[in-house]
Design a protein around this ligand. Sequence first.
Ligand SMILES: Cc1cc2nc3c(=O)[nH]c(=O)nc-3n(C[C@H](O)[C@H](O)[C@H](O)COP(=O)(O)OP(=O)(O)OC[C@H]3O[C@@H](n4cnc5c(N)ncnc54)[C@H](O)[C@@H]3O)c2cc1C
Length: 471
Amino acid sequence: MALSDLNPVERNEEGIAAVLGILKQQFGERFQTGEAIRGQHAHTTTYIPTQAPDGVTFVESTAEVQEVVRACAAHRVPVIAFGVGSSLEGHTNAPGGGISIDTSRMNRILSVNPQDLDCTVEPGVTREDLNRHLRDTGLFFPIDPGANASLGGMAATRASGTNAVRYGTMRENVLSLTAVMADGEAVTTGKRAKKSSAGYDLTRLLVGSEGTLGIITALTLRLQGIPQAISGGVCPFPSLEAACNTVIATIQMGIPVARIELVNALQMRAMKNYSKLDYPESPCLFVEFHGSDAGVAEQAETFGMIAEENDGGPFLWTSVAEERTKLWKARHDAYWSSLTLRPGAKGLSTDVCVPISRLAECVTETETDIAEMGLIAPIVGHAGDGNFHVLVLMDVENPDEIALAEKFVARLNMRAIAMEGTCTGEHGIGQGKVGFLRHELGHGVDVMRTIKQALDPLNIMNPGKILPAAG
Ligand SMILES: Cc1cc2nc3c(=O)[nH]c(=O)nc-3n(C[C@H](O)[C@H](O)[C@H](O)COP(=O)(O)OP(=O)(O)OC[C@H]3O[C@@H](n4cnc5c(N)ncnc54)[C@H](O)[C@@H]3O)c2cc1C
């Protein structure tokens, strides 16, 4: 049985047929039902089997999202929002069929307010597009998942990335948003004030809701000033423990590190070959500091001393932009470099997060598990947050390999939860992690279900995701 079968959603054939007719009439060429396009809008970046929607609508405004949602609500048909499809846990699959709402044409940057350090964008704007647009303003948007994801998708999955240790995740960086709710009404959750005590925090309810409560049609985001100087480099360590102890000491000393990424020995081998890096095949920390010229030099030197006290080094660092860019490109290409460790294999990418005091223990136990289970599975981590990823390389045509990988992921999730951590620090629940939510949050799942039932009583918003069908 595939993971996606664990949370079945019944198809409403009659309703789907009615909605297909309505949307074809309303959207013409912007409503597509071809097999290839439907497949592309179901899951693309994972081994979880594709469950395609029945049609895809390319919307261009909040009003058009409302039209689609109202038609689907009237006929009890699922609606699944789609950004760029880079999510990793079966998020955009359509287990009960339904309509995919593709937001890629809602890609306007509506306003940039340099004095207030914020901007308002439509959900289909990607993080790289936004940063290109901002380049001449001296501002940037710091959240950087490995993929060039849409900002709507990033808000919906509460994404983060290498910069979160300094700038936070989407939770901290969305000031307010507009969303079309399951009844077709649009709600704006806040204004542009930096903080607010005005009632329930609807922004944070929708951030991380994976399209199960509403479809985001605009977002107001916090921006940051581009730092005057940036320094960074790579430091090798004799063990994962030594690397993790360095991370803890760096953070405890209050060094405002902007990025501190853990890469294990196997991942270093992949990155050396793929990205032509010249570092030892041992656990390494990739670090970056933002500030003034003097500030970043001092931070880098202090970090080097901490690393040395933990038997690490040499710490080679630079302020030269091209050299840093090469390092971080290699780090962002970690997923692609990993695939070269087993040509032809596909990757199951999973993430967990633990308090950083437990990071060394969690990563070391996980490496032992990988070895004992005979898997090829490199590790990279946003170590400053206690968050790490494992990419299990497997032959997706071989059910035994899939079963073994799923067993490994289950053990990893339970290990993180037992260490007072979470089964996902940033990828989200989707279909793949539904079975672990109750273990992590207990009665919290029932409270979530109550919220879902109140806001989406017909269960049309991305059904089969986050919440277990029963239990
Ligand atoms: C190589 C690689 C590296 C990655 N690295 C990271 C990483 O470091 N950190 C990280 O956090 N993630 C990472 N990811 C995962 C992924 O990029 C994020 O989950 C991203 O936020 C998904 O955005 P998207 O536009 O692709 O959304 P999609 O995949 O299109 O959708 C994701 C979910 O959000 C919902 N959704 C999309 N748009 C909207 C909307 N407008 N309103 C409401 N719901 C919506 C969808 O229904 C779905 O449930 C990585 C993925 C890949 C392939």
